[in-house]
Design a binder for this molecule. Structure first.
Ligand code: GPV
Length: 839
């Protein structure tokens, strides 16, 4: 047929001459071979997981040729390389994505189908590597997908956590955390590279000495050493030969380290030391945008950053590039401040170990680093108490003092006598207990600083990083986030993918702006009908899934109103909850009231120590327990909290949404990226003028977006005036009824104490302006329902949302980083033949 012929042309054009290995019979042969030789099973004994692993190895074998060809191209050409440093990479399952990017998804489905298996079933066997909390970690994953697809040399550097983000279950409607043993059945996607292990020092003290040229130098005498072992995962681009590397570090106790010297024959003590070492990469901290201030967290950050920088120095050495050209070889991006200790560590490596002069080293450092800020929330700005920092990284504290002294000398000349400004810019917070300010370190040590949406970057310049902006305005730029259409449309929504490709061809998958072509089909009744059928089928699938998981019946023709993201007060899941209660109150007052049936779908994890967020989950589940079973409701409202929101679950949810809830307090959400995934999949957004919502509305037009709520300057004005939420409560009868009903204990079997902490905060402080935005939100939701009644109008709006989502491809974002921050070009990879490789 025409689409497989199109794929064939594509392969020709790209010169991928691997017809034999893409051949169905070869795929079947190697699948069965892997079942035998890797899993040690034959079909009658094989479990589903054996089949998954056999298929994973079959795909992995096909990645190897590309991976090696890519490494060879980069090494021989000494290519300029992006190093993306991130404490989190929320990759999601690899198998489906690799099948898509290799272009063998359909043939793989046929092969396993002929053996009586279901490909989707096998895909769900994969335990996703949940090595991130939410948006920040998922952004890193989208970025490395786009880098590979755009054929840009790149390494993702991070931590190979043994336990990723916890698994969320619900018990009596409360969140319960279970550990995430994602490596339990092995990980076919990684390759350990123990030959490239590095040593990482911790603690101890520093000493001065004079070198052979009579120069005063500093030596760091560590108290302990930990080995960092790299585990590499290939990251294949879409329909290209480029396979970049995600390099994650595992902490191990060094064999060579002489415990005896420390422990004098204390064997048990030595084993304890080993456990302490391996704790470093044991677990991901589950706090999203919340500072924990834990010593182990600083150790984790330093651990992976030092491993990565040492790895870059090793690569320089292999390619015989002098260390003075570090910044010409590498563009190193800091994904928030989590890796910002890298500024001090690169200085240490260059000055103490490579013996460069301070000024040379500082020049290299500043030219190497770029810093992306991801939040305006004050509690998420990382600071480390001085005693803790000194204990873990004594040499880095000295280096930070030296950086600070030189930096503040320059500031004093520019802003003569402005001591308050100097105190604000200082890398050290001096009022009260002293802290190292990591955002300040990142700003001083980087040549580029960026926010993640237009509004966010403006607020950084005006507010959070104002002093740095006034000092160096030229460092600042915006890079609005994006998401990869390969995972979030092609893999997640095969029905929509077929419809779009049959309509436009498949060019949109690498150039999402081509989706604009859908606009000309908006008056084509047959196309609109097919569009509606796709959405309806996706909703039916999700309905079945929810019914199985939660034992509640779901009407696929109801409006699917979805909010999935981390649970946080600023994201205001409880505002959505207040709206549901308002609708419930209308029904109770008038059971025959006409109402558009809605299914409210929530998902998201709360940080285990964030009690208010956990109470928000309980509020939603408690409302569901009443509303879902009240006969007066007659099925018009359903509330489903889907446990354990993850990349895997996201892939089922976004394609089935009608309405995307993006309702953060204006000025609080840096960008948001879920908003983009919904838009691409044809959901309409109800949203505040926050983060990237503003740019989404600009793209789709006001008339295709449901906007409500205070604007950022209005929020600031209300704050300045002294906001009294009680007044909103008194002014709005609907709000009063909702708050009183929850406060009465109606949703807690009459126990008014359960939700008291939540209601008290709303009535007394309401730091996120729920009560101020309530009426506007409810009115906007009424408008949503009115529009939804006109199914044809809704479909047209949904099509326009998809058609105008091209800006939010992470390919666009990455092109901007490449040209405006990293100054890096693509390096196409020629596939080496078997003979080339073996020669
Ligand atoms: I800082 N973000 C996150 O997920 N975790 C964090 O620790 C921090 C920021 C998020 C922001 O909240 C989102 O608005 C943004 O879209 C995302 O980072 C990616 O930039």
């Amino acid at each position: 047929d025409s689409s497989s012929a199109g794929q064939e042309d594509d392969r020709e054009r790209r010169g991928i001459s691997e017809r034999a290995s893409l051949d169905k019979r070869a795929l079947r042969r190697s699948f069965l071979d892997n079942l035998l030789y890797v899993q040690g099973k034959f079909p009658r004994l094989a479990t589903k997981n054996d089949y998954y692993l056999a298929l994973a190895h079959t795909v992995r074998d096909r990645l190897m040729q590309r991976w090696i060809s890519t490494a060879a191209a980069y090494t021989t050409q000494c290519s300029r390389t992006v190093c993306y440093l991130s404490a989190e990479f929320l990759m999601g399952p690899h198998l489906g994505n690799n099948l898509i990017n290799l272009g063998i998804y359909d043939v793989a489905a046929e092969v396993v189908g002929e053996l009586g298996l279901d490909l989707e079933d096998l895909l769900y066997q994969e335990e996703e590597p949940g090595l991130g909390n939410g948006g920040l970690g998922r952004l890193a994953a989208c970025f490395i997908d786009s880098l590979a697809t755009l054929e840009v040399p790149a390494l993702g550097y991070g931590i190979r956590y043994e336990y990723g983000i916890f698994h969320q279950t619900l018990s009596d409607g409360w969140q319960v955390e279970k550990t995430d043993k994602w490596l339990r059945f092995g990980n076919p996607w990684e390759l350990a590279r123990p030959e490239w292990a590095v040593e990482i020092k911790f603690g101890g003290h520093t000493e001065q000495y004079t070198d052979e040229h009579q120069r005063l130098r500093v030596r760091w005498v560590a108290a302990r050493i930990v080995n960092g072992v790299p585990y590499d995962t290939p990251i294949l681009g879409y329909h290209v030969n480029t396979a970049n590397t995600l390099r994650l570090w595992k902490a191990e106790a060094p064999e060579s380290f002489d415990f005896g010297q420390f422990n004098r024959g204390d064997y048990a003590g030595a084993v304890t030391q080993k456990i302490v070492s391996e704790n470093l990469s044991k677990v991901l901290y589950p706090n999203d945008e919340q500072e924990a201030g834990k010593e182990l967290r600083l150790q984790q950050q330093f651990f992976f950053v030092s491993c990565s920088l040492q790895d870059m120095l090793r690569i320089l050495q292999i390619q015989r590039i002098p260390v003075e050209k570090f910044h010409e070889k590498f563009a190193v991006q800091l994904n928030d401040t989590h890796p910002s200790i890298g500024v001090a560590e690169l200085m240490r490596l260059l000055v103490d170990e490579q013996l460069l002069a301070w000024d040379t080293a500082w020049d290299i450092t500043c030219k190497s680093f770029g810093y992306t800020n991801h939040t305006l929330m004050p509690e998420a700005l990382e600071r480390w108490s001085l005693p803790l920092f000194q204990r873990v990284l004594p040499r880095h504290l000295e280096i930070i003092y030296e950086i600070n002294a030189r930096f503040l000398d320059q500031v004093r000349i520019r802003f003569f006598g402005d001591e308050a400004r100097i105190a604000r810019l200082s890398l050290i917070e001096e009022q009260g207990p002293r802290y190292v300010r990591m955002a300040n370190l990142a700003c001083v040590g980087s040549h580029a600083i960026n926010g993640v949406a237009d509004l966010h970057t403006e607020l950084l310049k005006q507010d959070v990083l104002k002093d740095f902006y006034e000092l160096c305005p030229e460092k600042f730029s915006n890079k609005t986030n994006g998401v990869t259409p390969r995972r979030w449309i092609v893999l997640a929504n095969p029905r929509l993918t077929s419809l779009i490709t049959e309509t436009l061809g498949d060019g949109w998958i690498r150039d999402l702006d081509l989706l604009r072509g859908l606009e000309s089909h908006i008056d084509d009744a047959a196309f609109v009908q097919r569009w509606q059928a796709v959405k309806r089928a996706n909703k039916a699938d999700l309905a079945t899934h929810i019914e199985r998981r939660l034992q509640i019946s779901i009407d696929p023709d109801s409006l699917f109103d979805v909010q999935v993201k981390r649970i946080h007060e600023y994201k205001r899941q409880h505002l959505a909850a207040l709206h549901i209660v308002a609708l419930y109150c209308r029904i109770k007052a008038n059971p025959n009231i006409e109402m558009v049936p809605r299914t409210f779908i929530f998902g998201g994890k709360a940080a285990p120590g964030y009690h208010m967020a956990k109470l928000m989950i309980k509020l939603i589940t408690a409302i569901g327990d009443v509303v879902n079973f009240d006969p007066d409701v007659r099925g018009r409202l359903k509330v489903a909290f889907l446990p354990n929101f993850s990349v895997t679950n996201g892939q089922r949810i976004y394609p089935a949404a009608d309405l995307s809830e993006q309702i953060s307090t204006a000025g609080k959400e840096a960008s948001g990226t879920g908003n983009m995934k919904f838009q691409m999949n044809g959901a309409l957004t109800i949203g505040t003028m926050d983060g990237a919502n503003i740019e989404i509305m600009e793209e789709v037009g006001k008339e295709n977006f449901f906007q409500f709520g205070l604007l950022t300057p209005e929020v600031y004005a209300w704050q300045a005036r002294g906001y009294r939420p009680q007044e909103c409560y008194e002014r709005s009868p609907a709000l009063r009824e909702v708050i009183d009903l929850i406060g009465s204990g109606y949703f807690a079997r009459g126990d008014s104490s359960v939700f008291k902490p939540l209601i008290d905060v709303l009535l007394r402080y309401d730091p996120y302006f729920l009560l101020a935005d309530f009426d506007s939100y409810v009115a906007c939701q009424d408008e949503v329902s009115a529009v939804y009644k006109d199914k044809h109008r809704w479909a047209r709006m949904a099509i326009l949302n998809s058609a105008r989502s091209g800006k939010f491809s992470s390919d666009r974002t990455i092109r901007q980083y490449c040209s405006e921050i990293w100054n890096v070009d693509k390096v196409p990879v020629r596939l080496l033949s078997q003979e080339d490789v073996e020669a």
